[in-house]
Design a binder for this molecule. Structure first.
Ligand SMILES: NC(=O)c1ccc[n+]([C@@H]2O[C@H](COP(=O)([O-])OP(=O)(O)OC[C@H]3O[C@@H](n4cnc5c(N)ncnc54)[C@H](OP(=O)(O)O)[C@@H]3O)[C@@H](O)[C@H]2O)c1
Length: 264
């Protein structure tokens, strides 16, 4: 077990924040498994193929995984692929997530959209974590010197109310509690769990509302005065998992340019 590279599995690694986390972890000595719903092995210019090329340029190994976080049967298959390739898993980054396809006022939220968002952001991520936790506990028992970790990517929407996307806020508030619960439960096994809360990050997810956020940022919404970038989140994840916060399981780190500061 000594001198091997640690292995991270990042869900939703094909673009945006997950891509940023994969690149930053690769820069800091991790080999990477990255999953998304789609993977075209012939495409090295976008999606998981592009991330694979970028990560390999950094000298790390990248395993692309096709799978849907909402489909529990995919979890077992993807974990099997990770273990076949690497033999163990040291870090799970629960990053995959979706926004509602349509922003609707809370008085008009549909059950279909509610179920869709919750099935990925909360239900799927919860049960993936449960499955990976069992794997990590088994690993710790076999190799007590190893230190597996889990990071949840939630959102400032875990505590900021947006009536035009209630289902998203509810999913992230629930996921924040899932992070706390797993942190508490896994502490006895030496498995640390952290929560990273991004603010407004420039990705496909925010592209549809880019002009609205440009305006709000111009009006002072973010104390640090700019959009967040995927690499801002990636750097925070790296800082958390490198060992400096070993006695801080359950810690929440906000990556939002200061949106957490209450102002008067
Ligand atoms: N952007 C922001 O401002 C912001 C702020 C706070 C929190 N976040 C959170 O950060 C995470 C990443 O967001 P992002 O902005 O990078 O979004 P994004 O650009 O839309 O990327 C989402 C990623 O998740 C994957 N994904 C979506 N549904 C999936 C599913 N059912 N199973 C597996 N993979 C799935 C996507 O790949 P496929 O579509 O190919 O599956 C993609 O790789 C999300 O949890 C989001 O809620 C984002």
């Amino acid at each position: 077990m000594k001198n091997r590279k640690p292995i991270a599995w990042i869900t939703g690694a094909s673009r945006g924040i997950g891509r940023g986390i994969a690149i930053e972890l690769a820069k800091h000595g991790y080999d990477i498994a990255g999953s998304a719903r789609a993977f075209d092995a012939a495409n090295y210019t976008s999606g998981l193929g592009e991330v694979q090329r970028r990560v390999e340029e950094l000298g790390a190994v990248f395993l692309p995984l096709r799978g849907d976080v909402a489909q529990l049967a995919d979890h077992e298959r993807m974990l099997g692929e990770v273990l076949k390739k690497f033999g163990q898993l040291d870090l799970l980054v629960n990053n995959a997530g979706v926004a509602p396809e349509q922003r609707l006022d809370v008085l008009e939220t549909t059950p279909t959209s509610f179920d869709h968002v919750l099935s990925i952001n909360l239900r799927g991520t919860f049960f993936l974590t449960q499955r990976i936790a069992a794997q990590m506990i088994a690993q710790q028992r076999q190799h007590p010197e190893s230190r597996a970790q889990i990071v949840f990517v939630t959102s400032v929407s875990a505590y900021m109310a947006s009536p035009s996307r209630a289902e998203y806020c509810l999913s992230k508030a629930g996921l924040s509690m899932a992070a706390a619960i797993f942190a508490e439960r896994l502490a006895e096994f030496g498995i640390n769990v952290y929560e990273v809360r991004p603010g407004i990050i420039k990705t496909d997810m925010t592209a549809l509302v880019e002009s609205k956020y440009d305006r709000l940022i111009g009006e002072g919404l973010i104390p640090q005065g700019r959009w967040g970038l995927p690499e801002d989140v990636g750097k925070a994840v790296v800082a958390l998992v490198r060992g400096a916060f070993a006695y801080s399981t359950g810690m929440v780190v906000e990556v939002s340019g200061g949106m957490n500061i209450r102002k008067l």
